[in-house]
Write a protein that binds this ligand. Sequence first.
Ligand SMILES: Nc1ncnc2c1ncn2[C@@H]1O[C@H](COP(=O)(O)OP(=O)(O)OP(=O)(O)O)[C@@H](O)[C@H]1O
Ligand SMILES: [Mg+2]
Length: 255
Amino acid sequence: MPRVGARVVLAYSGGLDTSAMAQQAQQLQLASLGRLTASIAHEIRNPLGAISHAGQLLAESPNLDDHDSRLTRIITGQSQRMNAIIENVLQLGRRTQTSPELIGLQAFLTDFLREFLQQQRLPAEVVAVRIEPENMQIRFDLTHLRQILTNLCDNALRHSRASSGNPRVELLGGLGLDRNRPYLDVCDHGEGIDADTVAHIFEPFYTTSAAGSGLGLYISRELAEANQAHLHYAPMPGGGSCFRLSFQDPRRQMQ
Ligand SMILES: Nc1ncnc2c1ncn2[C@@H]1O[C@H](COP(=O)(O)OP(=O)(O)OP(=O)(O)O)[C@@H](O)[C@H]1O
Ligand SMILES: [Mg+2]
């Protein structure tokens, strides 16, 4: 009988080795892809800056008629959009390095929101935070968590503003059913997402917004996976969207 047990253990540890190797190979592939995309994005940034600057100077010209003004607005708007794509691609390149640390979620959110709301020029009232238990900890890369929450809060505020005129987001933290895995929900009472659209929202470059890059949710999910966490969508009862970030048990060290 012990031999059977030993065989089972061997088979199991063999499986672990293969997945560790596959993970390592994927990391290497991502690292070189990250370097390539980051250098392309970097090269595009300078000429794009020049186009955008020229467009702004043109827009200030006193002799523009309505038609030409509209064209300069297109140059400026689309340059901004391309710049957002470049910034996102550069972020994606940085994702290959993950430095997880133990974080007190409540204290982290207080710092994060102060900075985020200041940048967005929004008052503190637009965000409601409830974390239970208050001393909840997670293990995550700080820079990655900031990027994910910036993307999710930005979406929530934009969509709630579009549907009600009032930007509003709720951040609700708790422990999963097994009491080991913490989660953070980023919720809004915007228009929600219909079933056809939901199937695509995590795909790169999928967007329903004229100004968006469609990389926000894709990058957020990639960053979550790099930290052994998951990002999922769930509709809000009564309308609206909820994105749940389910973290790894913080007592587990990452491999
Ligand atoms: N809170 C939300 N409410 C309703 N729809 C959403 C919400 N968040 C995301 N979506 C949908 O998912 C799509 C993809 O979101 P994602 O954040 O990846 O890109 P984006 O917001 O369109 O562009 P970017 O993030 O570059 O500004 C959005 O275009 C929108 O259709
Ligand atoms: Mg977005």
